[in-house]
Every structure is written in C-alpha cells, then in structure tokens.
Design a protein. Sequence first.
Length: 160
Amino acid sequence: MTVSDRADDSRLIFSAFTHYRRWQTQLIPSVLPDIEISYQQLNVLYLVRIGDASMAEMARFLGVAPTVITGLVDRLEARGLIRREAHPSDRRRIQLVLTEHGHDVSVLIEEAMASRIEQQVQLLDASEQEHLREGLELFEKLTIDLEASVWQESDEDATT
C-alpha cells in the first residue's frame, strides 16, 4: 500500500462520515416532522438511553465543550425529552433521565435509521454484504484504537 493509497483511505473515511451525517440530518425531520431535534441532541438522547454518562463524560465522548452539552440538555429539557435529577448515590451529581417521550423519540429515530440501512444493505449481493461486514469490523477496530490513542495522549498530557 502506498502513501497515496493511505491518504485515499483517510479521505474515503472522512467522506463516508460526511455523507452519513448529512443523510442522518435529512432523515430526522422526515421521521419526526413535529419535533425539531439536531444530530447532537439525538446523540445526547442516545447516550442517556444506553448508559449512565455524566454531562462531562458526554462532552468528552462527543468532543464538545461542557457548555455545549449544557445547552443541548437545556433545549431537550425545554421540549420535554429529558430531565435532570439528583443522582441516587451522590446528591452533588446531576443525573440525566429520558422522559417517556424522549425515550420514544430516541428509539424511533434509531429504528428508522436501522431500517433504512438494512434496506440498502439488502440491495447488495451476498459477497458485497460479506465484504461490508468485514470492512465494518475492521473500521470498528480502527475507530476504537483511534479513540483509545486520544485517551492515552490526554492521560499522558495530564501527568506531565
């Protein structure tokens, strides 16, 4: 593999992310025409739904400043999709909890996206589907390794 091939791979990854995010942004209003929700707000709903991430952890995970998360949560709370509660084991900590409506919105969007992706994958022949699966597994490993390297670098920076 040449340097040019690696550069092309990097551009392809970036391009794929750009197209995927644009598609996702266009899909949201078609699934939920009565709710204005951004890509980042959808990420917050998802992170609250799947885990017990603090606002600081969400900011790190999404690569944004904590004030950005606060603004996203404020807007979600104003729409009745999320609420802040005292953490059960640490009263100094705030816990984010999805409302029933927030949970329904998060699941509906995820299911709509998964359904449309599955429809597109079904258009591929069996060999292409297998190549896609192998590529996605490698891509997942790559992104996990990239993420770990960032955490390692930030830990090293904190100790120096």
